[in-house]
Design a protein around this ligand. Structure first.
Ligand SMILES: [Zn+2]
Length: 242
């Protein structure tokens, strides 16, 4: 293999690794989207449960106020019936004073009961808002799940095809390149392994200027790494040294 052929092969390998990284990124992005929508939906469901509980508590509070008001009304009735049985003017007046006091309290309780019920009823808006939010989040989750379920098998098939291309390209590596390549792929992982030369003689990955002799050797087909970042140097397709 001459310098040009090896350069084309490494360029091809770099492209395959880039394609694999992109495919894996898209798979991960889909899964992350589903997870994010799931979390948002759970949050909306929790919020709705909390709103419903609040509503329940408000109703219970309103019921309690109603009971207090009813009890006061009964007490008022009882006192009023005692008026007729009063044996003296003094007793009559005493009961009358109690009735006035109870009646005043009764009015306050009735007002409080009505207010509590109003607050409970008005809280329906909050419950409905939470229901709408949950419905929207659920729809979003289902839509995202459906999209991902549709695209993931295609992406997985693309990954398999790309991996087959990778195995084929790797199989064509000359022996002196294969050893370096395998070690670097293990160290850097995928597309991070590669550092195409720039026309100005820089490492395309870390942008450090390379010694002239290194550039010349790489162009000649030698398996060399960047002295600064350690990545595999190669001459990309269409490379022209300026
Ligand atoms: Zn470098």
């Amino acid at each position: 293999m001459d310098g040009k052929e090896i350069a084309a092969l490494i360029d091809e390998l770099h492209g395959i690794h880039r394609a694999l990284a992109e495919l894996n990124y898209r798979i991960q992005r889909g899964r992350r989207a589903v997870a994010a929508c799931g979390a948002a939906q759970k949050k909306a469901a929790d919020a709705l449960a909390a709103r419903r509980e609040e509503k329940q508590n408000l109703l219970l509070a309103a019921k309690e106020k109603e009971r207090e008001s009813d009890a006061a009304a009964q007490e008022l009735e009882r006192r009023r019936s005692q008026l007729d049985a009063a044996k003296s003017n003094r007793e009559y007046e005493s009961i009358q004073i109690q009735i006035e006091s109870i009646a005043y309290k009764n009015d306050e309780l009735a007002e409080a009961a009505f207010e509590a019920l109003t607050v409970a009823e008005e809280f329906d808006v909050e419950v409905e808002r939470a229901e709408t939010a949950l419905k929207e989040e659920t729809e979003r989750l289902e839509k995202t799940r459906a999209t991902v379920a549709e695209s993931e098998p295609k992406l997985a098939a693309d990954v398999e095809r790309t991996q087959a291309r990778l195995r084929d390209a790797e199989g064509r590596l000359p022996r002196d390149w294969a050893g370096v390549y395998v070690r670097l792929i293990k160290d850097f992982g995928g597309e991070e392994t590669f550092a195409p030369l720039t026309g100005e003689g820089y490492c395309g990955s870390c942008r450090r200027r390379l010694p002239v002799e290194t550039v010349a050797k790489v162009c000649g087909g030698a398996a060399l790494t960047c002295p600064a970042c350690g990545r595999l140097l190669y001459m990309p397709v269409g490379f022209v040294l300026k």
